[in-house]
Design a protein around this ligand. Structure first.
Ligand SMILES: [Zn+2]
Length: 250
């Protein structure tokens, strides 16, 4: 297994590449999703390996059914078929994970409480402010955004994320001109910088910029990663994960 990590996070966490799993073919090899047509036994083996990497039992590595929405749930209340796109855990020594193949995996930790969150953010989630919602839920009424540290993992970067229609305008209105890459893209297409949009979201939420790391890898250019666009929909999903602190307070 090859796990990328972010210098901004102190918690046990990882952003895996495709390497070191049990799946074959289009899902080779560390696919974490039962919903893409992969062999369930291979997916189970991969989830067990990921749980070991997260230093939890496999039943303490929580995930949900992701639907490109803006719902944030607590792992204690969620089941694997709960529909949501962000998951928080406050229970010591438990982990939360999100599945991606081009979308942004965002991991958050609150150093005051030891609580952590994992967020799945595609363009729909980014514009629906799911990252801001997750931060608000993570810190609760008594917390401070200054206690939050964040990492944005490998995803489709501004080199590759071409869109059309009214998306460039919607994104520049919501996040500023910087998120639209001028003069880019093929006919009628423009490239967007979703990572920058999430960085703006984190800044506006009050998280100091030196608490944030953004990994540079592009899942579409770099074949170490599953890419929904490059692989034309037939591909695996990475499970990015983060584990809560050993003790609930302090
Ligand atoms: Zn790229």
């Amino acid at each position: 297994m090859e796990l990328l990590t972010a210098s901004s996070l102190r918690s046990v966490h990882g952003f895996p590449t495709r390497a070191g799993g049990a799946s074959t073919g289009a899902f080779a090899s560390l696919n974490s999703s039962f919903a893409v047509g992969d062999d369930p036994a291979a997916v189970r083996a991969n989830l067990e390996a990921l749980a070991r990497a997260a230093k939890v039992n496999v039943d303490q590595l929580f995930t949900v059914k992701q639907v490109h929405g803006d719902r944030v749930v607590s792992a204690a209340e969620a089941k694997s078929d709960t529909e949501a796109d962000a998951l928080i855990t406050r229970v010591p020594n438990t982990a939360v994970g999100v599945r991606t193949a081009d979308c942004l995996p965002v991991l958050l930790e609150d150093r005051r409480t030891g609580a952590v969150a994992a967020v799945h953010a595609g363009w729909r989630g980014v514009i629906a402010q799911i990252v801001a919602r997750a931060i608000k839920e993570l810190i609760g009424d008594e917390g401070k955004p200054g206690d939050v540290h964040a990492a944005i993992g490998p995803c489709i970067q501004k080199c590759c994320f071409e869109v059309d229609g009214d998306l460039p305008e919607r994104f520049s209105t919501a996040f500023g001109q910087d998120v639209v890459i001028a003069g880019s893209g093929g006919a009628g297409k423009t490239k967007l910088d979703l990572v920058r949009a999430v960085q703006v979201t984190l800044e506006r939420a009050g998280i100091p910029s030196d608490h944030v790391a953004s990994l540079p890898q592009c899942t579409m250019c770099d074949t170490r990663f599953f890419s929904h666009r490059r692989d034309q929909g037939i591909t695996g999903r990475h499970l990015s994960f983060i584990r809560s602190a050993d003790t609930s307070a302090g």
